[in-house]
Design a protein around this ligand. Structure first.
Ligand code: SF4
Ligand code: SF4
Length: 410
């Protein structure tokens, strides 16, 4: 067991036993077993047991905050102790094998395989039944999970016509399902309206509505954060009515930048913390079923996960209002409303998504690599300002693109 990403089975069982003794498994009543110097157990004790909600027509009960295959080992282990039972991007465990804690208790976890288009990226790649089928089989073998619960079309469809006409992903799913290797069909959906590399691209809300009406998929991951977004909120209401599951992603818009701003942090009401307030709001004041939110350390895990399903206090509501106002001045919502109007066909939302990876997540390597792969970059912008009038936030897009280019092409 030399791999630091793998959970040590004996250690996990020891912690699980301690968790049971401390009441974690049934509600975290007792806590003395975690009083020792055990950072993972201590973090789990502070967070407590996460509430669960039904996800889509299968009626599966999933934790309101889900985990991800690229979560660092310590927060992942704490998450398991707190009852996280749905794992987005579980195929990321292919490199080193799935955590022992999941393998040992496989039926207690829902593991999702994230499947990309082939022959290019999410914009120019194609849906390919056989390639997707082969990929899932390979990931099952490499992770050791035996099967995946959920098979996700990563980035989703380009437009409503493709939902109807391109069935290769669904056929791959059906073949794998017959073999008992996958169980539920899902997608994550980005917006493609005005994307120069996607002819006929449409908005996420339009495509998702078509997916729900099509009736083949059980749930979707959607880009969702604070600030009013009528189209996506209308979609959430539709999803609720139709018993279609929803999981929010890219939820912490601009949060990394806020936390580095001492004046902003000092202005927050006493007792409110940004990630905690965000999660309280996402899990109690929206029509979402579950949320994925990136955490990078045990401290961030505690701040974030301890808000799951908890009421939004007055201080939290004030904090969310301040965060929304700040994000609306600085951070792109990735709605793509601006893109059809750019005469230079600059992929504005893509560039500003990479900016968020860098400035909010601190993931500079990924951001720069993705930016380097773009066909048209921010230096194609002629600062005409046309896009600004179409941005619901009125973001200073040309200036933001110039700043993004400076840091992402460095
Ligand atoms: S300001 Fe730049 S990004 Fe915006 S429409 Fe003009 S060229 Fe396109
Ligand atoms: S810049 Fe504005 S319009 Fe364009 S994707 Fe971002 S939030 Fe939407």
């Amino acid at each position: 067991m030399n791999d630091p990403r793998r959970f040590n089975r004996r250690e996990f069982l020891r912690r699980s036993a301690a968790a049971a003794a401390a009441g974690l498994a049934g509600g975290l009543a007792g806590q003395s077993a975690f009083a020792e110097a055990d950072p993972v157990g201590e973090a789990a004790r502070k967070v407590g047991r996460l509430p669960r909600r039904k996800l889509g027509p299968s009626g599966r009960e999933v934790s309101v905050l889900i985990g991800a295959g690229d979560l660092a080992p310590a927060p992942a282990e704490a998450a398991i102790l707190c009852g996280v039972n749905f794992w987005h991007k579980a195929n990321r465990w292919a490199r080193n094998g799935a955590p022992e804690a999941v393998l040992k208790n496989r039926e207690a976890h829902y593991c999702q395989v994230t499947v990309d288009r082939v022959g290019g990226n999410h914009e120019v790649g194609r849906i390919d039944e056989q390639a997707h089928y082969d990929f899932v089989k390979e990931m099952i073998a490499r992770t050791g999970l035996r099967y995946f619960d959920d098979m996700q079309l990563h980035y989703g469809y380009h437009n409503r016509a493709e939902v109807k006409a391109e069935r290769g992903f669904v056929r791959a799913f059906e073949r794998l399902k017959k073999e008992g290797l996958v169980k539920h069909l899902c997608l994550s959906q980005h917006g493609y309206a005005g994307n120069a590399r996607v002819p006929g691209g449409e908005s996420a809300a339009e495509i998702l509505t078509a997916v729900v009406e099509d009736g083949l998929y059980e749930h979707a991951q959607i880009i969702y954060s604070y600030g009013p977004d009528k189209d996506i909120n209308d979609f959430l209401s539709l999803a609720r009515r139709k018993n279609f599951g929803t999981i929010a992603m890219k939820t912490a818009r601009g949060l990394g930048r806020m936390k580095q701003d001492g004046d902003f942090m000092a202005a927050l009401p006493e007792g409110a913390a940004p990630h905690n307030a965000l999660v309280r709001w996402l899990t109690t004041a929206t029509e979402l079923d579950a949320v994925v939110i990136r955490v990078r350390s045990l401290d961030e895990f505690v701040e974030t996960f301890s808000g799951a399903g908890k009421p939004l206090r007055s201080a939290d509501a004030t904090a969310v209002a301040l965060m929304t106002a700040r994000a609306d001045r600085t951070a792109c919502r990735l709605c793509t409303a601006c893109q059809p109007h750019c005469p230079q066909r600059v992929p504005i939302a893509e560039i500003l998504r990479f900016e968020r990876y860098a400035l909010d997540d601190g993931d500079w390597q990924k951001a720069r690599a993705l930016y380097a792969g773009l066909e048209r970059r921010a230096d194609a912008c002629r600062a005409c300002g046309t896009c600004v009038a179409h941005c619901p936030l009125g973001l200073p897009i040309p200036e933001k693109l110039a700043a993004a280019h400076a840091v992402l092409s460095a």
